[in-house]
Design a protein around this ligand. Structure first.
Ligand code: ADP
Ligand code: MG
Length: 549
């Protein structure tokens, strides 16, 4: 039997693992299972290259729970390890690098795992003893048994093992008993391993027999090895995307549309992003994107990784170029992550542009759901604004949609003030501002509906961005002054002059021609100004009223 010390500079490592990584205890399972997946994939690659000539056989990874023995075991039929390899990969892993790293980035301890080969040692966050029983695929290799109780000392000896591959046995510590619960492990496998590339079995499938749930002989496979984003887009149907969305977010409404991402250069990235129906509460929408690294779940806290407005999207991003263990500040400074973020923004803009171009009607039908998202993007990201200004829509009070350019053309001859600036009239409440809207429309003006959550910030921004343009609420008392038209004289009156004007009209009008001009008295609320309405409008209202008489 061999005894030894793990590495040279490890003395301080275990307290670090236990302390710094405390909050993220549960990721040990991801680390163990992803190592098993790696070992299996490596063997498959060897087989493809002809370097492994044996039978691959069933490659399913098994996760086993033994509550009595207080162990959790992860078994694979991957390439296994020889004694030398245990020495190299387990005993002397890049610990010197870790020490350097630690002194440099004390606060970034989470980023160490995986990146610096601490993945395996995360098992000591939950175990007071770890065993490796392994047999290499290489001919004549002897099975080896490694144990370590969390001190830097280990033992290594020969053992008996029939099958090629590795069993990792975790003796779960007393203060981590939760990891001996079937439900907890099921939840963790579901969170971290659901899309890993090799079948993973946890227990047996159950079925109902005579009102009782009984175990069958069949393995309970918890993952799907070829998730949708790994497939070729041209082979997929809309229904496939919708189904996948349903498996990711069972409680959500159907998505509006999606983008299948697939890049090889200058970085690798695949994924599917969905545009959800946006609910009014932006915060509920956030952080639905799941980040994967080679089908291994990393995080669903994507703030800082994708631009803020994109956190409203749903779906999956998978990139081997995203470090497996991430802390946010680490990611924000990562050059790859920045490139990825720019790429995604561009793709999202492309997709919206294309949908707009291909099927305007459909796009308009979806606009109300897309609007919040697009406005948010325009407000928060300059380059997205530059793209989105071509497919962002204005909606007028009658539900008609215009691009910004179209709308400009519509109002440019009729809605300018005396400086020649375009005046965009808008209403924020169709009912409250009804009479003002009517009055404006009767003058031949177009009125936009701006009743959305981000419409006011949009108005402020557009006033800055659009040249020689201003926005005026339809009931603003200056409205008549803003707009030059034939009867400019009348409308150019100061607000408080209008009361007088109304008086004048009233007094001068013959009793029987009252209908020519009237003051809309309904509108005389607290701040409301009297408004002139036309004859036809007056007649219409009288007619409406006559229904009630
Ligand atoms: P990483 O996975 O990033 O290389 P780990 O600390 O998770 O770092 O694992 C260290 C090394 O130990 C792996 O690179 C691999 O060589 C070896 N190893 C760990 N688990 C297994 C396993 N189940 N089968 C074969 N080799 C393994
Ligand atoms: Mg690993």
């Amino acid at each position: 039997m061999k005894k030894g010390n793990i590495g040279v500079t490890t003395e301080n490592i275990f307290p670090v693992i236990k302390k710094f990584l405390y909050s993220d205890h549960e990721i040990f399972l991801r680390e163990m299972v992803s190592n098993a997946v790696d070992a299996t994939q490596k063997l498959k690659t060897l087989a493809q290259k002809g370097d492994f000539k044996g039978e691959l056989g069933d490659l399913t990874i098994h996760v086993k729970l033994d509550k009595d023995a207080k162990t959790l075991t992860i078994s694979d039929r991957g390439l296994g390890m020889t004694a030398e390899e245990i020495d190299k990969y387990i005993n002397q892993i890049a610990f010197s690098g870790v020490t350097d790293f630690l002194t440099k980035y004390k606060d970034e301890a989470n980023a160490i795992i995986g990146h610096f080969g601490l993945g395996f040692y995360s098992s000591f966050m939950v175990s007071d003893k770890v065993e490796i029983i392994t047999k290499s695929y290489q001919e004549g290799a002897k099975a080896m048994h490694w144990t370590c109780d969390g001190s830097p000392e280990f033992t290594l000896e020969e053992t008996e093992k029939e099958d090629r591959g590795t069993d990792i046995v975790l003796h779960i510590a007393d203060d981590c008993k939760e990891f001996l619960e079937k439900t907890r492990i099921t939840a963790l496998l579901n969170k971290y391993c659901k899309f890993m590339a090799v079948p993973i079995a946890f227990g047996k499938k159950t079925e109902w027999k005579d009102g009782k749930e009984v175990e069958t002989q069949e393995d309970n496979i918890i993952n799907s090895v070829e998730p949708l984003w790994t497939k070729t887009p041209s082979t997929l149907k809309d229904e496939d995307y919708k189904n996948f969305y349903r498996t990711l977010y069972p409680m959500q409404d159907e998505p509006l549309f999606w983008i299948h991402l697939n890049v090889d250069f200058p970085f690798h990235l695949t994924g599917i992003l969905y545009f959800p129906r946006v609910h009014s509460n932006l915060d509920l929408q956030r952080n639905k994107i799941q980040l994967y690294c080679n089908q291994v779940f990393v995080t669903d806290q994507v703030e800082g990784i994708v631009p803020d407005f994109l956190t409203l999207l749903h779906g999956v991003i998978d990139s081997p170029d995203i470090p497996l263990n991430v802390s946010r500040s680490y990611l924000q400074s990562d050059a790859n992550v920045k490139k990825i973020s720019t790429y995604i923004t561009k793709k999202v803009a492309d997709r919206l542009q294309q949908t707009f171009k291909d099927d305007r009607k459909d796009y308009e039908a979806k606009w109300d759901d897309l609007k919040l998202f697009i406005n948010y993007g325009m407000l928060s990201q300059e380059d997205f604004y530059d793209r989105a200004k071509d497919f962002a829509l204005f909606k007028d009070i009658n539900g008609k949609y215009f691009t910004m350019e179209e709308y400009k053309t519509l109002i440019k001859d009729n809605q300018t003030d005396k400086n020649g600036d375009l005046v965009y009239l808008y209403a924020t409440d169709k009912n409250d501002q009804y009479s003002y809207i009517k009055a404006a429309e009767d003058k031949g003006y177009s009125v936009l509906l701006m009743d959305g959550q981000l419409d006011m910030p949009m108005v402020s921004m557009l006033e800055q961005k659009l040249e020689k343009s201003r926005f005026a609420r339809v009931d603003a008392d200056i409205i008549d002054r803003l707009i030059q038209k034939e009867d400019a004289k009348k409308s150019a009156l100061e607000a408080d002059d209008r009361d007088k004007l109304a008086e004048v009209f009233r007094s001068q009008m013959p009793v029987d021609s009252k209908a020519t001009f009237n003051v809309d008295m309904e509108a005389l609320g607290e701040q409301a100004q009297p408004v002139l309405i036309t004859e036809s409008e007056y007649m219409r209202r009288m007619k409406d009223m006559s229904h009630f008489q």
